[in-house]
Design a protein around this ligand. Sequence first.
Ligand code: ADP
Ligand code: NI
Length: 218
Amino acid sequence: MSKINADQLAAIQQFACEFARQDHSGHGVDHLNRVAAMIRTISAQEPVDESVALAAGWLHDVIDDKLTDDPASRQQAVIDQLTQVGVDHETQTAIMAIMTNMSFAKSLGAHAQPLSLEGQVVQDADRLDAIGALGIGRAFYYSGRFGEEMYDPAKKPRLNMTKEQYRHEPGTTINHFYEKLFKIADQLNTPTARRIGQHRQQLMADFVASFKQEWRGE
Ligand code: ADP
Ligand code: NI
């Protein structure tokens, strides 16, 4: 039995896509569509309520503090929407818990609560979208948009830095692979995501190796 029916999910999707339509930082509707497709792929292999994972997947970026100055009011808007659509209170709580605990930064922090299995599926789907061919594309798109260089062999990856040091040290696209993207495959939760992640990891490793060779004129 699904906690959320098809009509309710369609309304949630539409609500979330309104927010995503404005985005040019790699969190647009295309990202949400891929996350939803991957949630379906992974959910087929796990004992989860796919409808709850999909609802959280559509909504996951709405309250992201990178994407809004006012996450508290966004959070209230999500709760109001879920109430209006007729999602019960317990299911709303499950969705909100996924959204607030799934992000990369929070998963490294001391205050992260363990994710439900549905939450693990959503987190896997979101993380898989940052790696592989799509991940390479998103990284270059993001860097270009925010004025980072592609590569500078003299710049070392920003590892083991405080947040403050990190912010002041300019990054490069290639260093982003070492700072974040190459670490993702090991952090995936479900067997299905790990299998897909392994393939995408190899693809990125091959890409970066070729990139550096070509950079040197080889
Ligand atoms: P998310 O919300 O998916 O955890 P981010 O907002 O950090 O991710 O990143 C969105 C996309 O932009 C991802 O594909 C990520 O790899 C890429 N990205 C984020 N920061 C950088 C950066 N400094 N250089 C290159 N790509 C980046
Ligand atoms: Ni996302």
